[in-house]
Design a protein around this ligand. Structure first.
Ligand SMILES: [Cu+2]
Length: 105
């Protein structure tokens, strides 16, 4: 009986942790990110979707999250999960005017 209680508590905690991790979608359209800024939580994922008829790239040199998702054509997407709190500037290596700011809480 006691074991059952411990087990169900464990599953409840596991489930509540899963509910809070979210995935957000950000488009790349007309040489701009469709969201200029976004506040998310640690563990959340951002999915970048190329909606332009040419290649886009996504990268960050910020301390809180350094990544380069490479270049990819229209209709494709790349995802990145943020595991550290902080502020992140996201850019496109192909279009220097493309910027996005992410706050991870
Ligand atoms: Cu671009």
């Amino acid at each position: 009986m006691k074991n059952t209680l411990i087990l169900s508590t464990f599953f409840a905690l596991t489930l509540s942790g899963m509910v809070f991790a979210q995935e957000y979608e950000v488009g790349q359209k007309n040489k701009e990110f469709t969201k200029k800024s976004l506040t998310i939580k640690v563990g959340d994922t951002l999915k970048f979707i190329n909606e332009d008829p040419f290649f886009h790239n996504v990268y960050s040199l910020s301390d809180a999250s350094t990544f380069d998702l490479g270049s990819y054509p229209q209709g494709q997407s790349k995802s990145v999960t943020f595991d550290t709190a902080g502020e992140i500037d996201v850019d496109c290596a192909i279009h220097p005017n493309m910027h996005m700011h992410i706050v991870v809480e």
